[in-house]
Design a protein around this ligand. Structure first.
Ligand code: ATP
Ligand code: MG
Length: 440
């Protein structure tokens, strides 16, 4: 790929020195081999979440291996349910998270990929059909492109643009289930696509925050799509899998089958509402409730010893300490976890994929760290379930290998997977950038 064509910076050799090392080939050919090796690509994954903004700087070698060079995180106060509501607060958080990552990595990557989420995001299934231009030669690339263009000829409301397009399958003369129709004979080619749209103004807000923080956005990716790249395997996506990223403000669902994204949806509840419930029911501050939830929280009350007590710090110096039953805490948590997971169940039913989820459910996002949540998901959804965390990285991989960083790592994976094409900006990105060039 053109971005990767520059060679590693080697010490410059004078012609005489070159001769001394055996010419440009070197005595054993290593100089040329090293010259041929491409420069690693440097990418930042920037996850602007509801509870935290996090930046991960990664270097990608020519085989696509990611080495984590730096990471940083800052509390997010300017985002509500995935959407930026306060630009200055968000800019501060981006600068802080990126600053920490830069301090560790000592580099400023050229490419910054940012996640997008919120209730402005929708996923729709579209179909397009075309005549095969030369039936005697079979389907060619132009036929496929024409079919896709027809599918995408949808009328978008103002302020809405296409963020991602995924080709689900092709059909030739009504014979469906074809992933690559090139060369197949027939008269009619049909394509089924899943198209993700988002609000231009929501994207504008993200661009503005990133730009004000002194960075340049290379691509915008749906957060659940990014998370799926860091925690799902190709085999799971092939078999049929539901990814649920339960963050602070929202729970984002992405369903894959046959290796392709089939459906996305969002539930406007995440871990923050569990914390609010705990604070309300145990009459403590949100800060204490958050600590209790993380330290002693459990999603299955029956798995908690009925006699176990937990102690809250005294509200004022000298005041009496308050204790609660840990099982009571679990009961508060269980109720909301069940509500979120029943919402997930509804979305799975709605997707039409429910009977082909052979690889089960993968939970990720910070709330996936809640003890017992996997068991509740298995019981309510009726699929095997496990917790997904980013894997297969080098460098500081231990630090980022938690469900909290699935999106940020996935953003780097998106850039790697899409390579050049990710840099061919989507319509949304181009439109927003144009807007910002004029008004930004
Ligand atoms: N050990 C833990 N046990 C229970 N919950 C936890 C734990 N660690 C983090 N959480 C919860 O995870 C949530 C934050 O998750 P995450 O960092 O994935 O959210 P986010 O990406 O900022 O938000 P969103 O994706 O909704 O915009 C918070 O509600 C937090 O309380
Ligand atoms: Mg998130």
């Amino acid at each position: 790929m053109p971005l990767l064509t520059r060679t590693l910076s080697l010490p410059t050799l004078t012609p005489s020195a070159r001769r001394a090392t055996g010419g440009s080939r070197g005595q054993d050919g290593t100089v040329q081999a090293r010259r041929r090796r491409r420069k690693p690509r440097l990418i930042t994954g920037l996850d602007i979440g509801t509870t935290k903004v996090c930046a991960i700087i990664g270097s990608v070698d020519e085989d696509g291996r990611i080495t984590v060079l730096g990471m940083g995180a800052a509390p997010s106060r300017g985002v509500r349910r995935g959407a930026v509501i306060n630009i200055n607060e968000t800019v501060d958080a981006v600068m802080s998270a990126y600053g920490q990552a830069h301090e560790l990595a000592h580099i400023h990557p050229r490419e910054v990929y940012v996640g997008i989420a919120g209730d402005h995001i929708s996923g729709v299934n579209l179909e397009g059909t075309t005549e095969i231009a030369n039936p005697n030669a079979g389907v060619d690339r132009r036929d496929c492109m024409r079919a896709r263009q027809r599918a995408l000829k949808m009328i978008l409301p103002n302020d809405v643009e296409i963020l991602h397009t995924f080709t689900r399958e092709y059909a030739v003369n009504e014979r469906g289930g074809i992933t690559d129709p090139i060369g197949q004979f027939g008269q009619r080619l049909q394509v089924k696509m899943h198209v993700v749209t988002g609000s231009v103004s929501a994207g504008n807000n993200i661009f503005r925050c990133v730009r004000k923080a002194g960075l340049r956005t290379s691509g915008v990716v749906l957060q659940s799509v990014a998370s799926s790249l860091s925690v799902l395997t190709e085999r799971e996506k092939e078999l049929g899998v539901v990814l649920v990223d339960i963050g602070g403000g929202t729970s984002d669902i992405a369903i894959f089958q046959g290796g392709v994204l089939q459906s996305i949806s969002e539930i406007a509840m995440g871990g923050d509402i569990i914390t609010q419930d705990v604070a309300k029911m145990l009459r403590c501050s949100p800060h204490d409730a958050e600590n209790l939830k993380k330290k002693f929280g459990h999603a299955v009350p029956l798995e908690v010893d009925i006699d176990e007590r937990i102690e809250l710090r005294a509200p004022t110096p000298g005041a009496k300490r308050v204790t609660h039953s840990r099982r009571d805490l679990a009961e508060i948590i269980e109720a909301r976890v069940e509500e979120i997971l029943l919402g997930v169940q509804k979305q799975i039913q709605r997707s039409g994929c429910a009977d082909r989820i052979y690889a089960g459910v993968v939970l990720t996002g910070g709330t996936a760290l809640l003890e017992g949540i996997g068991g509740v998901a298995e019981r309510l959804l009726g699929y095997p379930c496990h917790i997904g965390r980013p894997q297969n990285m080098l460098g500081m991989s231990g630090v980022v290998s938690t469900p909290i960083y699935s999106t940020a790592v996935g953003l780097i994976r998106w850039a790697v997977q899409e390579g050049e094409s990710a840099q061919r900006e989507g319509w949304l990105v181009r439109k927003i950038k144009k807007f910002l060039d004029i008004y930004g």
